[in-house]
Design a binder for this molecule. Sequence first.
Ligand code: SAH
Length: 213
Amino acid sequence: MADDSQKISLIMALRRQGIHDPNVLGAMERVPRDLFVPEAFQDHAYDNNALPIDCGQTISQPYIVALMTQALDLNDRCKVLEIGTGSGYQAAILSHLSRRVYTIERYRTLHAQAQERFHTLGLTNVTAMVGDGTKGWPDQAPFDRIIVTAAAPDIPENLIQQLKIGGKLVIPVDNGPDVQELVTISRHDEGVERRDLIPVRFVPLVEGVAKEL
Ligand code: SAH
């Protein structure tokens, strides 16, 4: 179990890195990252690093979680879609800053673990499912915000179609071997506007539900 000083150091590091939205910093302070990190990495739960989780996936670096959340520009009326539940950490952060969060994961094991964590934390506004996030969640569309936490070769047209006019999509997009650009897409009446944030490294977005657990 991490002590509070580790968490406070992390919040201070995020501020220095340009996370200025008090609501985002508040959510990062509220969600216990140690609950989302495997037993073997408990001592590193509040390090500002990505860590391995089951199924060969990763829980993102806290700075990247905070940056993507800040870029989404959330409010408490937002209906948000996340592709790539993973540990559930990003979804837990989103749940404190939006009305409702829908999250999709292609591995059953990760989905089940994340569900249990949402339950433990009493996060009743998160709905999770096993599925192929590249298709979005047509039954629940349109969304005010969409966040993709796995790297896509391109911006999936499906997801733009499921975004409201005035909505925002944050997604890492391939930009050469092993490197992606974190991109914000704003959907307007006339089309979309793209803004590139920083280079990042994510696990790939893979089509289809995983055959293995
Ligand atoms: N947001 C997560 C980060 C997980 S890493 C967290 O906070 O921990 C990205 C996740 O995306 C992985 O769990 C991976 O299995 C999942 N993923 C990749 N392609 C997917 C797809 N097509 N549909 C749903 N999930 C996908």
